[in-house]
Design a protein around this ligand. Structure first.
Ligand code: NAD
Length: 452
């Protein structure tokens, strides 16, 4: 079944119709039409999967996708045209350029936390770059996954961009097939399996993974503003955001104020009882619920800490006095728990970050340029936002992706187009001026090289 889907997608690619820019623009516009016409169905599916509010569905999933489509539609002609490069004296009369070419059939494997954003954003790039694509949404966000399977063929070329739903067996069967690129979003253990499967066919991969994204708050900054921004980024989607601040690093002298500011902000955002707030999400599955609750074991709870398994609800929770070797500091939390680890200042914060795996994102709050410049110069992460969280993700001109264990490859805007294109080096020479080439032909005469 999966094999036939891939074969038929390849046949669609080989028909050549996706090479025409007009076709790509028409497909991108059809995708935008799908999102506009079926907005309320999409929001409803997200409500059922994650208790995501309509506002968050719009802000975190649909707006970004619409922006990416408009950008691709507007800029496609410029992105796809040959890119002239520098020449040397020997190639001065040649045409030397980079020709972006479609790769072929791309496999897109999506995650469940932002099921529309992380599945369709790579698809936008795949369409723009002229590829065919097999789309595999996550089985955990089952309402979104089912709806995507129903909608996509109604709007797009269904042979070229088929949707395969299902879980591990279906994904594994897909991974046995040969693709020209695999674009995977999800956890790093499955990321390894994806890369192993890709290696069998020497297929290049983009791995959008996760990790523990640190958030350093320097004592000189406006803590009210810093904590409001951090609270928003951490607790939106119930903490299930790949670039959510995973933990806070700060000096002991500001820890109590940080907790107090987060408490006030939580009250402002979600009222007295976040369980009854229409703006507070739920954990995706029972397995993830148990995993996150287990991380609380042995922790000092400063705020929240309650949970209700029947609703997969976990209260926004802040943990203090967290030891660097505690369980909650060993893996990506991916839930609404925010540990605070105290450090003596920027020097120790940098050491703490560098002793761990390279994170997907890094956040620094400080009014001192010296502090932020040190953080930028002396640490590494997929991306970084200073004095806010997650906002670098929204800037299409910035490449988005991980480094080290947080992933490989980049996307968003033109970066997705380039990631899913072959950048072919082309040199077109005239048959004239043969005299200039004599020096390289046998019989060898070193004197000619010296004169050249
Ligand atoms: P998930 O469980 O939905 O898995 C992701 C995909 O892998 C799904 O399509 C699933 O069907 C497939 N899959 C699962 N097990 C498999 C197996 N054994 N073999 C083959 N395929 C398999 O998602 P998840 O891993 O729980 O996602 C959460 C992770 O994703 C977090 O670590 C988060 O940080 C990361 N994430 C990263 C980004 C990013 O842009 N970098 C975005 C969202 C999520």
């Amino acid at each position: 079944m999966e094999k036939q889907v891939v074969e038929s997608s390849r046949a669609a690619f080989l028909s050549g119709r996706s090479r025409a820019l007009g076709f790509r623009v028409q497909q991108l516009k059809a995708l935008r039409k799908m999102m506009t016409e079926r907005r309320s169905d999409i929001c409803e599916a997200l409500k059922q999967d994650l208790n995501k509010s309509g506002f968050d569905a719009q802000l975190f999933e649909l707006l970004g996708l619409e922006g990416e489509i408009s950008l691709a539609v507007d800029r496609l002609a410029e992105w796809a045209k040959p890119r002239p490069v520098e020449k040397t004296l020997l190639t001065i009369s040649d045409q030397v350029f980079i020709q972006p070419q479609p790769l072929g059939v791309v496999l897109i494997i999506g995650a469940w936390n932002y099921p529309w954003a992380v599945t369709l954003q790579p698809l936008i790039g795949a369409i723009a770059a002229g590829n065919a694509a097999v789309v595999k949404p996550s089985e955990l966000s089952e309402h979104s996954s089912r709806l995507l399977k129903e909608l996509l063929p109604q709007y797009l070329d269904e042979e070229m961009y088929p949707v395969v739903t299902g879980g591990v067996p279906e994904t594994q069967e897909l991974l046995r097939q040969r693709f020209d690129h695999i674009f995977y979003t999800g956890g790093s253990s499955v990321g390894r399996l994806v890369m192993e499967a890709a290696a069998r066919h020497l297929t290049p991969v983009t791995l959008e993974l996760g990790g523990k994204s640190p958030c350093y708050i320097h004592k000189d900054c406006d803590l009210t503003i810093a904590c409001r921004r951090i609270t928003w980024g951490k607790f939106t989607n119930c903490g299930q955001t790949c670039i959510a601040p995973d933990y806070i690093l700060c000096e002991p002298s500001i820890q109590a104020t940080v907790v107090e500011e987060i408490r006030r902000t939580l009250q402002e955002f979600y009222g007295d009882d976040p369980m009854t707030s229409p703006d507070y999400g739920r954990i995706i599955s029972q397995r993830h619920f148990s995993r996150v609750v287990a991380l609380l074991e042995g922790c000092t709870v400063a705020l929240g800490g309650s949970s209700d398994q029947s609703q997969r609800y976990i209260a926004p929770t802040v943990l203090t006095e967290v030891a660097a070797d505690s369980k909650v500091m060993q893996e990506e939390i991916f839930g609404p728990l925010l540990p605070i680890v105290t450090v003596s200042g920027v020097e120790e914060a940098i050491r703490f970050i560098n002793e761990r795996e390279k994170p997907l994102a890094l956040y620094v709050f400080s009014s001192s340029n010296k502090v932020t410049q040190r953080m930028l110069a002396e640490t590494s992460s997929g991306g970084v936002t200073v004095n806010d969280v997650m906002m670098h993700y929204t800037q299409s001109s910035l490449p988005f992706g991980g480094v080290g264990l947080s992933g490989m490859g980049q996307y968003h805007g033109r970066h997705t187009f380039d990631q899913l294109s072959h950048l072919r080096g082309c040199m077109l020479r005239p048959l004239a001026l043969e005299g200039l080439n004599r020096a390289r032909y046998p019989p060898q005469d070193p004197a000619r090289l010296r004169r050249a």
